[in-house]
Design a protein around this ligand. Structure first.
Ligand SMILES: [Zn+2]
Length: 346
């Protein structure tokens, strides 16, 4: 009797525990759905962040400001600052991203380094500043640098294996159709373009403009197709989005902190102490900000600190790491950070 009662009691207890432990079906389903949503959000994070950064249409123009005594308004949109008689910054102060494109003129030809988003035609603006034939060179392939729609008489592109292998050759020459990850134009409603490529620029090669030479430096990090141009004789470095005064974006689809470290190392061994660095955007109210070698060193030091986890970041996504009083580095959280180098030998 006693034994039987004890057995019944034990059976009742374990049934009660089993009942207590069984999770309601709705809760299990909710957990599965939340896990799936979190997974998709991580996988699609770049699409989500790009759609949150733009509205799918070009932004409204900013009001024109006083651009200072060194600037000349070319029309109601472009401002030109002559860095010297053969070097011009063509600024877009009314575009939300405040792009700065550079016209670099030699005796035989000129290069237009970057062309904005195409909201207005920078190539036509550049043609008013020189009678030399102009070759367009994008610092990288983001929509706000390739002047969507051009048109460009001639285009030169960095010679990288992953771009070369996608070239389609026809009687009209080589053409490259961009993919979303390298263009991101959906932020402002730009369709994916096809670029006609007339000339390939090998990293570390020298482009001659006639009496003026520019070294092509592979400076990835912001993207894996980013280059800078270095004018050895004048000590000018045109750095694209690798560095400028403001927040540096290192959290985009083709960004890599390992690549950024490589780009900084390349610049530190390629440019002198008195280099003048011209970036592709500005955040200040007027003029053309100039960075210097200490700023490259600060980028490099910050990357080492991020790698060692000896620097504090602010925010959740992207994280904001301080570089110095002129720059910040925006990166992904530690567990999503990419430290791979795509072309470590370049
Ligand atoms: Zn960019």
């Amino acid at each position: 009797m006693t034994d039987s009662t004890a057995t019944n009691s034990t059976a009742t207890d374990s049934t009660a525990i089993a009942k207590k432990r069984r999770w309601p079906l709705w809760l299990l389903l909710a957990i599965v759905v939340l896990a799936a949503v979190a997974y998709v959000a991580v996988i699609k994070r770049h699409q989500l962040i790009i759609s949150s950064l733009g509205t799918g249409a070009p932004p409204a123009l900013l009001d024109a400001q006083n651009e200072g005594p060194d600037a000349r308004w070319l029309d109601d949109y472009f401002v030109v600052v002559a860095i010297d008689p053969q070097t011009f910054a063509i600024v877009e102060p009314r575009y939300e991203q405040q792009n700065i494109n550079y016209l670099i003129v030699g005796h035989d030809r000129a290069l237009l380094f970057d062309a904005g988003s195409g909201l207005r035609n920078v190539a036509a603006a550049a043609a008013t500043l020189t009678d030399k034939p102009i070759t367009f060179v994008p610092s990288h392939l983001h929509y706000d640098h390739i002047g969507n729609g051009g048109p460009f008489a001639r285009l030169a592109l960095v010679d990288l294996p992953h771009l070369r292998e996608r070239m389609v050759t026809s009687e009209n020459g080589d053409a490259l159709s961009l993919v979303w990850e390298e263009h991101l134009g959906s932020a402002e409603g730009y369709a994916l373009p096809t670029l006609k490529v007339d000339e390939w620029l090998a990293p570390n090669s020298v482009v001659s403009l006639g009496g003026r030479a520019l070294r092509v430096l592979y400076t990835p990090g912001h993207t894996d197709d980013s280059i800078s141009l270095y004018d050895t004789a004048r000590g000018y470095l045109f750095a694209g989005d690798f560095m400028y005064q403001g927040p540096l974006y290192a959290f985009l689809p083709n960004s890599s902190l390992g690549d950024y470290s490589q780009g900084a190392a390349t610049l530190l061994r390629s440019v002198p102490d008195d280099v003048k660095i011209f970036g592709a955007h500005r955040t200040g109210p007027q003029g053309v900000p100039i960075l210097n070698r200490e700023d490259i060193q600060a980028v490099s030091d910050t990357l080492i600190k991020i790698s060692n986890q000896t620097v504090e970041a602010q925010g959740r996504y992207p994280l904001t790491y301080p570089i110095n009083e002129r720059m910040q580095l925006l990166a992904e959280p530690r567990w999503l950070q990419n430290w791979e180098q795509r072309y470590p030998d370049l």
